[in-house]
Ligand binder design. Structure first.
Ligand code: FA5
Length: 461
């Protein structure tokens, strides 16, 4: 008999009918060897050589034909079946000839144990299982048809017992093996999943960046934090009290028309008689002036970044959702000079030292006096004329661009938060972030901030 090594190289060369022929020849060899193994010791050696661990020739044939491909295995199937069934056929024949087939069953048991012990991957397991229980060709059927049915009536019950014992043992071995094979499989699959192949190229994940609005928030926050302000945030859903009344905007004040806005549809309150407190999406960040002063005694120095909502029709400079930063400083000795100085500092930090600021009178119910801050147009250097000649398109020749509303806190507001209006003073401002970002970065349509087109976003890494 050739060595395992030669067997492997022979198998490697063959395919199709040649492979089939080769395996049939091998199965004949195994059959012949089985018949010539007379003693128990010889039988053991034979079984180990072909079906056990040393070297398990039948398993080599099996694995090699399966490893080639399924169709190769199909070609070899008949030969493989003979190869694996050879010892069982021999032991069944012994049993038929013997007075008592007990020894034949001992051999069968030993053979099947040897086989099942090596059935340690799914293909092998399935093959051994069908070798045992296949209805036409299986060992179980062969024992039933040849040993059990033909047994003499006086020993039939005993043969039946041997058969049952063998069957339950084999079933138990299969069950144990299946468990092990399945767990092995799970572990192998887990290992395969977790295996790190260091030779693979790395996965390059594109690093995202903050949205331009977030970046502008950050710039503004840094400037104010550097001069002693702290950052606080507040709710986007507000009560009319904080959004209007406490800011000195009573119910029928005409200013509310400008802020005609989004009210929430609320479920009826549990107390059927009382109407639920109305809620709305805040129209500005100013309610946080009230919430901050309610919580904190002067000195107060806060900025409040956040999202606000108004029922404005979308166009190049309007959106129904946009962003503001509120500022509030209240102390015992804050003057109009502190106010303008702070704003000028901020504007120069944000746009650069060459821009100039100016303020014009304006009106907000919660500041008195109120102003509108303008900045000299950063695009034309405050000349109103574009570098290439002609009118500057950004300021439309006005040389100034309107920036935001602000003012000294109206003493009426202090009444809502229990501050003594005679002792304290302060200023507040509300910057529209989207328009500020448009101005600084030369963006001519506010809608691009909300469309999330990566071609736009990538320009601001
Ligand atoms: C206010 O909202 C005041 N709360 C600001 C304020 C705070 C004044 C503190 C005084 C003291 P106004 O309605 O003007 O003010 O809005 C402020 C800024 O929000 C505007 O200058 C503008 O930049 C921006 N803005 C207003 N409506 C829209 C809109 N529909 N889309 C985009 N930005 C808007």
């Amino acid at each position: 008999m050739e060595s395992a090594h030669e067997l492997i190289s022979d198998l490697e060369k063959l395919s199709g009918p040649q492979l089939q022929h080769f395996v049939i020849e091998l199965s004949d060899k195994a059959r012949a060897e089985a018949q010539q193994s007379y003693s128990n010791e010889q039988q053991d050696q034979f079984l180990q050589k072909w079906y056990g661990r040393e070297p398990g020739l039948a398993w080599i044939v099996f694995d090699k034909t399966y490893a080639k491909d399924r169709s190769a295995a199909a070609w070899a199937r008949y030969g493989l079946q003979n190869l694996f069934k050879a010892p069982a056929d021999l032991y069944i024949n012994y049993g038929i000839l013997a007075e008592d087939p007990e020894e034949a069953f001992d051999h069968l048991r030993y053979f099947l144990k040897t086989l099942i012990a090596r059935a340690n991957h799914p293909e092998r397991f399935a093959a051994v299982r069908s070798l045992w229980e296949s209805r036409n060709q299986g060992i179980k059927t062969a024992i039933r048809e040849h040993l059990l049915k033909n047994a003499k009536p006086d020993i039939k019950p005993r043969v039946g017992q041997y058969f049952n014992q063998l069957s339950s043992l084999v079933e138990e071995l299969f069950a144990q093996k299946q468990l092990i094979t399945e767990t092995d499989g799970v572990e192998e699959a887990a290992l395969a999943r977790e295996r790190v192949d260091l030779s693979l190229p790395g996965v390059i994940r594109p690093v995202g960046s903050h949205h331009l609005i977030r970046q502008v928030f950050q710039e503004i926050e840094d400037i104010f934090v550097s001069i002693g302000f702290s950052v606080v945030e507040g709710p986007e859903i507000e009560t009319p009290y904080y959004n209007f009344e406490a800011l000195n905007i009573p119910e029928f004040h005409p200013v509310r028309d400008d802020m005609d806005t989004f009210y929430l549809e609320l479920p009826p309150s549990s107390d059927k008689k009382a109407a639920p407190t109305p809620l709305l999406l805040r129209t500005h960040t100013s309610p946080m002036q009230i919430r901050t002063m309610e919580k904190q005694k002067p000195p107060v120095r806060v900025i409040v970044p956040g999202k606000v909502y108004r029922r404005d029709n979308p166009d190049a400079t309007h959106s129904f959702a946009f962003h503001q930063i509120e500022g509030l400083a209240v102390d015992t000795d804050i003057t109009f000079c502190d106010f303008t100085g702070t704003i000028e500092y901020f504007v120069k930090q944000f746009f650069g030292p060459s821009v100039k600021t100016r303020f014009r009178p304006s009106y907000f119910p919660f500041t008195e006096p109120s102003v509108e801050f303008d900045v000299s147009c950063p695009f034309c250097g405050g000349t109103g004329t574009a570098a290439a000649g002609g009118t500057c398109t950004k300021c439309k020749g006005a040389a100034w661009i309107e920036l935001f509303g602000a003012g000294m806190v109206d003493p009426a507001v202090y009444g809502f938060v229990n501050y003594d209006a005679k002792k304290v003073s302060g200023f507040a401002f509300g910057i529209g972030i989207d328009r500020l970002a448009m101005l600084k970065y030369g963006i001519d349509d506010i809608q691009v901030f909300f469309q999330n087109d990566v071609r736009f976003l990538r320009q601001f890494p």
